[in-house]
Design a protein around this ligand. Sequence first.
Ligand code: NAD
Length: 363
Amino acid sequence: MAHAVTLIQGDGIGPELSEATRRVLEATGVQFDWNLQDAGEGVMAEHGTPLPEHVLDAIRGTGTTLKGPITTPVGSGFRSVNVELRKTFDLFAQVRPAKSYEGVRSRYEDIDLVIVRENTEDLYAGVEFERGSEHAEELTRLFAEWGNPIKANSGISIKPISAEGVERVVSFAFDYARANGRRKVTSVHKANIMKHTDGLWLEVSRQVAERYTDIEFEDRIVDNMCMQLVQKPELYDVMVLPNLYGDIVSDLCAGLVGGLGVAPGANFGVGGISLFEPVHGSAPKYAGQDKANPMAMMLSGVMMLRHLGEHEAAERLEGAIARIVAAGDKVTYDLKPHRDDPTAVGTSAFADAIIEAMQHATV
Ligand code: NAD
């Protein structure tokens, strides 16, 4: 049976990456029933919003969505489509694998890490008070009254972490580890300093871990975690982190394997909603030039295949991407030793090479 998937092509380089990704996904032989939708600045004139209700309905309807990058218009008065999607579907778990591929330049080899970032709480909850505002001054008065004085005229950001929020994302990380043949989950925190937020994170992490006796569990303090990832990344497997640390450490891990341009991502919400997209943005300067690298969006497609239970097709597609990137001749400019290499191919030729490699695969 065909898998129903909403495909939002995005803007900037989004449409060409989406087309290349759709073609390689279909070349696996897996059947898709695509629901094509547009969102972003391009639909604002017609619908008065960058994220119309019918797009949300499509996402609800198919459950699974593949999305190209979408530009956030500066000063338009509209919130980012990406932020809006996260809030609407309560996309609480962001998954960002960091894996080495031969042919992608990096200082490290054989990295194979997965970051699970809590995506709704923590300092990103948006509870902030401007320096000098009525609320900031009131809070400053209250803090003094409670015996926790802060300097007058401070800006204030609140870091809420709830037991429910930790429970669902840490359970997600263990389920992900189990479903993807992973051996260990590391919960990352700063519980020695922030006892009531990160301390709660650690306490609930430990409680959840007791339910998953088949997966190893450990915890690390975030600063130590960063040093260890740079010195001995091979010791780690799946890591689960609160929002802010997850943001920072996932970029650190992307840096271990060649940067954001090749980093895939996925977001999981309540009620079975999942959204797969590259980590990079819409790179407007390359829009329409058939030049940008589709690898991150294709690897997001590989994650989607696994999520849909199409493991064999996922292996085949990932293997073909890996072989083409390792061979290094039919790759986009950014994967060449020099960016102005005249032998670099375009987005669509890169996809053609991957499709051909899949057709000639022995596995
Ligand atoms: P960007 O990722 O678009 O670009 C950063 C740099 O990487 C640029 O030099 C760009 O040319 C290059 N690059 C990115 N992807 C590439 C690819 N596939 N192949 C080759 N080169 C690539 O980041 P930015 O410039 O900060 O953002 C541009 C727009 O994208 C902004 O409006 C931002 O809000 C949006 N954005 C969207 C998403 C999303 O939809 N999830 C994520 C990040 C940024």
